[in-house]
Ligand binder design. Structure first.
Ligand code: BG6
Length: 303
């Protein structure tokens, strides 16, 4: 395993990017440049924080109960769900949202963008542990570009000899003022599978507001959407490509209590997940030797 010292020597960027070891033993990349701050745990290539300098509160939310632990997902940030989203289709013992978010990834590149943003690329390849759950050869790469805008590119290359199918998501937890005070717009007219109370196909009417548990997979939508937050006086814009599903999720009181790591009693009210995904009918078939890339870009603007 690469040590913190080796990472800092090979990929550190003076004053902008450094690596440190958490008390859990996991390694975290810390980014701080004139445009923004961010941190990313190498396990899971899990972005844990992003706050542009223009914002007085973070844009990406991390639970105050979040714990870093080997082999465990971190509550909040941007979990990488791959190579399946949600429960595994056949094996109930396999982890929800796949294994990428709990595996160690390798840093392969870092740099400064011409506009001053910081770029970091990590890679996960098949190994004996991934093969137990998913018998394919693939190179998964995540590039994050941290600036006033946050860009994340998740690319899957099929390095094997036969096609495979994936579902995936960048499962972003956004920091909001209060779940009762925000709206999500951009999905009006879209079809969605409602995961609360059975699975039914519905059509979105207008903007989404929240008054109870909401867990929806919007399908066949590539459009930008946004979170409008009057109390924080900001709109978070969520643009994407290579993604045809958008998941909108808030657990509400009972599920948050069961989950137990959302910052009780009401930490869940300060977050909302809007996930760029390919799920259900939008799963992706990747032919041998080809690559599929999903890109998201987040920015804020005053309301
Ligand atoms: C969302 C799902 O994407 O992730 C929810 O739609 C799920 O059903 C949530 O509860 C959190 O999942 P996890 O595995 O991180 O607790």
């Amino acid at each position: 395993m690469t040590t913190v010292q080796q990472l800092n020597t090979q990929f550190g960027i003076d004053k902008h990017l450094s690596f440190c070891e958490d008390v859990s033993g996991l390694i975290v990349a810390e980014i701080s440049n004139p445009q923004a701050t961010a941190s990313l745990c190498l396990q899971g290539a899990h972005l844990m924080a992003w706050q542009p300098r223009s914002q007085s509160v973070p844009v990406v939310w991390l639970s105050r109960d979040a714990k870093l632990a080997a082999g465990k997902s971190i509550r909040g940030g941007v979990p990488v769900c791959w190579p399946w989203f949600g429960a595994h289709a056949a094996e109930s013992g396999f982890p929800a949202h796949g294994f990428a978010r709990t595996m160690p990834w390798r840093v392969i590149e870092s740099g400064k963008e011409p506009n001053g943003a910081t770029r970091l690329t990590l890679r996960l390849e098949e190994n004996e542990k991934t093969r137990v759950q998913w018998p394919h050869d693939a190179r998964l790469e995540l590039t994050v570009i941290v600036g006033e805008t946050l860009r994340m590119e998740l690319s899957t290359e099929n390095t094997g000899e036969s096609d495979f199918v994936i579902s995936e998501a960048l499962h972003t937890y956004f920091k909001i003022s209060d779940i009762g005070a925000v709206r999500v717009s951009g999905l009006a007219g879209c079809d969605y599978w409602d995961k609360v109370g059975g699975s039914a196909l519905n059509k979105q009417d207008g903007a989404i507001s929240f008054a109870s548990e909401t867990d929806r997979v919007y399908i066949n939508t590539a459009t930008e959407c946004s979170i409008e937050d009057d109390r924080l006086g900001r709109r978070i814009r969520i643009a994407k490509s290579g993604s045809l599903s958008t998941v909108v999720w808030t657990p509400w009181t009972a599920k948050a209590e069961r989950m137990g790591d959302l910052g009780q009693p009401d930490g869940w009210r300060e977050m909302l997940c809007v996930e760029s995904a390919n799920a259900i009918e939008n799963i992706v078939r990747i032919a041998a030797g080809t690559r599929h890339t999903m890109v998201v870009e987040y920015c804020t603007e005053p309301l």
